[in-house]
Design a protein around this ligand. Structure first.
Ligand SMILES: *Cc1c(COP(=O)(O)O)cnc(C)c1O
Length: 393
């Protein structure tokens, strides 16, 4: 059984069978677990036996999900939590102390940026931002007290890449923990741990669920680091609900086929958009015009489901495009079976200054598409009519 390949584990890893001999795993909706006697309970609390105690600590559904992602990423250990941000914050909270410094790629998920700039400084943890497009500047920014490098690749929403093998080498040379938010690529398309990262984390809310139903977060990696993150989470309480864990674990069974189809569809949409009138530029990792195409080919097995493009008229035309789509959803999510469009300049990143937006690659006309699994002809027809409508006025 131990020689199963990761994808088989993603389908077959399952919490221990109950006395009912179910084929599909039940949901263990219980806040605590009972003991035979005081000795068993003592041994469980002492960590001498591997036993569920209380659902804030462990739950069979939650462990099943962690096991699947651990297998897919080729990690020693993993832990799942209530949201992607819970996984991000537990990683910082468990591994950093007052006086530590983080080197982070400037282009980050909004709430991660908020943690770095507003929350961690109150605990004496500082950061420096560097640009994905300028890796040569990174080594000089690593200080004596730099304990962690934190990056996303591909980045959101600019779809820039970070060369993970190079960065893994730098982290090893400097003795710094490398954490990769692997949300966009998923373990199907990119395995940061094999390239030198110590931890890989996910918003399970996105592709791992993939159908826009539940929230969750997973972090996998080196056993000693995961133990510290687990201890932090166990005490501070961002436990994943058993129901959400059950939904996510079922979803992971189809993650591979979904990611292949998302990638195939996104590439077709990216190729269709490139060079069209009204479209100034298109960014997709597996388009040869992507400035980091070679890195994409090296570290990703396909390009993923997300692309961005720039409409020529800027902010107004971007908003008109959003107002003109009929099939595509306007919603604050991505990685869904349903195609989602967003216009960061007028929504998620509207609070930043123009200069800050440009620094993370958000031009006024930038549109992000998370390409879904509808019939692609309908998606392209919708994008086409919205582009025409946005140009007309
Ligand atoms: C959504 C997202 C997160 C946060 O995850 P939640 O599940 O919403 O807490 C973190 N990183 C990236 C790249 C994301 O897209």
């Amino acid at each position: 059984m131990n020689d199963w390949r990761p994808q088989t584990w993603a389908v077959r890893a399952q919490a221990e069978e109950s006395t009912h001999h179910e084929h599909s795993v039940p949901i263990f909706l219980t806040s605590s677990f009972v003991f035979e006697d005081s000795e068993e309970m003592r041994a469980a609390f002492a960590g001498e036996i591997d036993r569920n105690i209380y659902a804030r600590f462990t739950n069979p559904n939650v462990e099943e999900l962690s096991e699947k992602i651990r297998r897919l990423e080729g990690a020693e250990a993993g832990h799942s939590m209530a949201t992607g941000m819970a996984a991000v914050f537990a990683t910082f909270g468990a591994l950093l102390s007052s006086g530590d410094h983080i080197l982070a790629c400037r282009s980050l998920f909004g709430s991660t940026h908020t943690i770095l700039t507003k929350i961690l400084p109150r605990f004496g943890i500082t950061h420096t931002y560097v640009d994905a497009a300028d890796p040569d500047s990174w080594p000089d920014e690593i200080r004596e007290n730099t304990r962690m490098i934190f990056v996303e690749t591909p980045t959101n929403p600019a779809v820039d890449l970070v060369d993970l093998k190079w960065l893994g080498g730098l982290a090893a040379e400097k003795g710094v923990i490398l954490v990769v938010d692997n949300c966009f690529a998923t373990p199907i398309l990119q395995r940061p741990l094999g390239l030198g990262a110590h931890l890989s984390l996910h918003s399970a809310t996105k592709y791992l669920d993939g159908q826009g139903r539940v929230m969750g977060g997973v972090v996998v990696g080196a056993k000693d680091l995961i133990q510290e993150i687990y201890d932090f989470a166990r005490a501070t309480g961002p436990a994943l609900s058993p129901f959400n864990a059950w939904v996510l674990s079922k979803s992971v069974e189809t993650l591979e086929v979904r990611m292949e189809k998302h990638s195939e569809n996104a590439l077709v949409v990216a190729q269709w958009l490139e060079g069209r009138p009204g479209v100034a530029s298109v960014r997709y990792p597996f388009l040869p015009s992507h400035p980091q195409y070679k890195i994409a080919k090296r570290q990703m097995s396909s390009g993923g489901g997300i692309l961005s493009f720039v409409v020529e008229g800027g902010l107004e035309q971007g908003k008109r495009f959003m107002d003109s789509v009929k099939l595509c959803s306007l919603t604050a999510n991505l990685g869904d079976t349903r195609t989602i469009v967003s216009h960061p300049g007028s929504t998620t990143h509207a609070k930043l200054t123009e200069e800050e937006r440009l620094a993370v690659g958000i031009t006024p006309g930038l549109i992000r598409i998370s390409v879904g699994l509808e019939d692609l002809r309908d998606v392209i027809a919708d994008v086409e009519q919205a582009l025409e409508a946005s140009e007309a006025t």
